[in-house]
Ligand binder design. Structure first.
Ligand code: NAD
Length: 465
């Protein structure tokens, strides 16, 4: 879908007008390009004293061939970094000319609120030195794993900092907080790669938790899903089509599922990516068993519950049909499919269940009592099933998209559509690929420690923030 205002705002006249009138000026977001470095510019690494995550961070920076510089406290982390094979270049804080693509700050050593000043000490001198579409990643310890309440408090405080700079740094930059639980240090690579790269273009102000997991994989990071089989529901168009494309790009064989009426589009998508076609309505009574039977032979590594519908009406005007259809497609059928896949042992070890919720499920939305309820239920399902699935070495996570440019949002009346598009830190809607990239991060075999997360793909939408 085209965003005419964004095209205009990026023209010479538009740039002038938006600047002078103080109108939103949505930059064209950088998106992943396999021909460019994963992080296209210098990375500045900083840490608070007693940082515990420098070695795993340094290993990732080395693996992605980052041009890495040491910020403050370099005397502390220089050794840890070089042990991990990364030689850090020196950055002089008085040098205001150098620009950075990413700031990475290890806050894991912060033990109390006084020590939070280390966050200021690192970020304040360099706050103007992040380039367009820059990345800020702060790593800390999961507050619930801290035995000292003062440490838990300080670690929790990091959330407010990240959400504030996500708004403040502007120029389409993003900021995230990654909480690493004790013994999960070896699980950070897939998440750091995602949040430092252009793959997370429309994901900002998110808090992610990484849990311990024994799974260690040896990956070709260009084809992380090679040999894997994925099923994507609602794959004939919109976000589902983008998910199928991205999972296939990453090497998966994708089974594309949609209702029989979408057969032509489904064949087009599956044909393009060398996938298989499964035409059925997920609400049909026999659908869960049919899906399980279809996937049984090779087993399934990834299921993406993407199919979803809206039937918006205020509650007083909503028919039972509208209520039931939305609840059934968006939530109940997902539960039934999961049950059938698990009962038939179809999901392979280190498997993934990935759900598509919505910021409507977080914030609620006028006219969406049915939809908001179904999408909040999806979040509940993720949270409830995480510990149960852990025992089977399967993760479950969800994305919660904000305003994404698809046929679903094209149907929204103009004024509401424009508001939805602009009311976020990027002043624009996201693209289906933005949701798909987040799903590919969850799907990555190296994301075994990423479980029970709800990550919004909404450009830091004001709705539900
Ligand atoms: P879309 O309407 O373009 O695509 C949805 C697909 O699901 C369609 O191909 C449809 O045929 C399929 N589908 C619907 N009912 C089905 C059924 N019973 N069985 C099988 N397939 C069925 O929508 P989209 O914008 O691509 O949305 C995809 C998902 O993202 C949905 O779950 C939606 O709720 C969620 N979402 C979208 C946005 C957005 O801004 N577009 C925002 C938040 C969440």
């Amino acid at each position: 879908m085209s965003d005419r205002y964004q095209l205009f705002a990026n023209s010479p006249v538009g740039r002038l007008l938006t600047r002078n009138l103080g109108l939103p000026a949505p930059l064209v977001l950088e998106r992943f390009d396999a021909n460019k470095p994963l992080v296209n510019g210098a990375v500045l690494l900083g840490a608070a004293p007693n940082a515990e995550l420098i070695a795993p961070i340094a290993r990732v920076l080395k693996n992605i061939h980052a041009e890495a510089y040491a910020g403050n406290q370099d005397f502390i982390h220089q050794t840890a970094a070089s042990d991990a094979g990364l030689s850090l270049r020196k950055h002089n804080v008085d040098d205001k000319e150098s620009k950075f693509k990413a700031f990475v700050f290890d806050a894991s050593g912060i033990k109390n609120s006084e020590e939070l000043v280390e966050v200021y000490n690192f970020f304040h001198p360099i706050a103007r030195q992040l380039v367009n579409c820059g990345r800020v990643v702060v790593l800390g310890r999961t507050p619930e794993s801290c035995t000292d309440p003062k440490q838990a408090t300080a670690q929790r405080a990091l959330e407010g900092f990240v959400r504030a700079v996500a708004k403040e740094f502007k120029k389409a930059s993003t900021a995230q907080l990654i909480y690493v639980a004790p013994n999960a240090e070896n699980q950070v690579e897939s998440s750091l790669r995602f949040f430092l790269s252009a793959k997370s273009a429309y994901v900002s102000a998110q808090v992610v938790r990484i849990s311990p997991n024994d799974t260690q994989v040896n990956l070709d990071w260009n084809k992380p899903l090679a040999g894997k089989t994925a099923l994507v529901t609602g794959a004939s168009r919109g976000i589902g089509e983008a998910i199928a494309d991205v999972l296939a790009r990453d090497g998966a064989h994708v089974i594309c599922l949609d209702i029989p009426a979408q057969e032509a589009d489904l064949n087009r998508v599956a044909g393009r990516i060398g996938g298989s076609v499964l035409g059925l309505d997920i609400t049909a009574a026999d659908a869960p068993q049919k899906i399980a039977d279809f996937c049984k032979v090779k087993g399934l590594d990834i299921i993406v519950h993407n199919a979803g519908v809206t039937r918006d009406k205020t509650l007083a005007n909503m028919t039972p049909q509208q209520w039931n259809l939305v609840m059934n497609i968006n939530l109940s059928s997902e539960e039934r499919i999961n049950d059938a896949l698990l009962a038939n042992n179809v999901i392979n070890s280190n498997g993934r269940i990935i759900c598509v919720s919505s910021i409507s499920g977080i914030a609620g939305n006028l006219g969406q009592a049915n939809y908001g309820m179904s999408k909040a239920g999806v979040i509940g399902m993720v949270q409830a099933m995480t510990p149960l699935l852990k025992a089977q070495n399967i993760t479950i996570n969800a994305v919660a998209p904000g305003f994404i440019e698809t046929q679903m949002t094209a149907a929204i009346p103009f004024a509401i559509r424009e508001a939805g598009r602009r009311m976020n830190s990027m002043s624009q809607g996201g693209q289906p690929v933005d949701v798909a990239e987040a799903i590919a991060w969850y799907a990555n075999p190296a994301s075994a420690g990423v479980m029970g997360n709800i990550v919004r793909v909404c450009g830091q939408s004001l709705i539900g923030a």
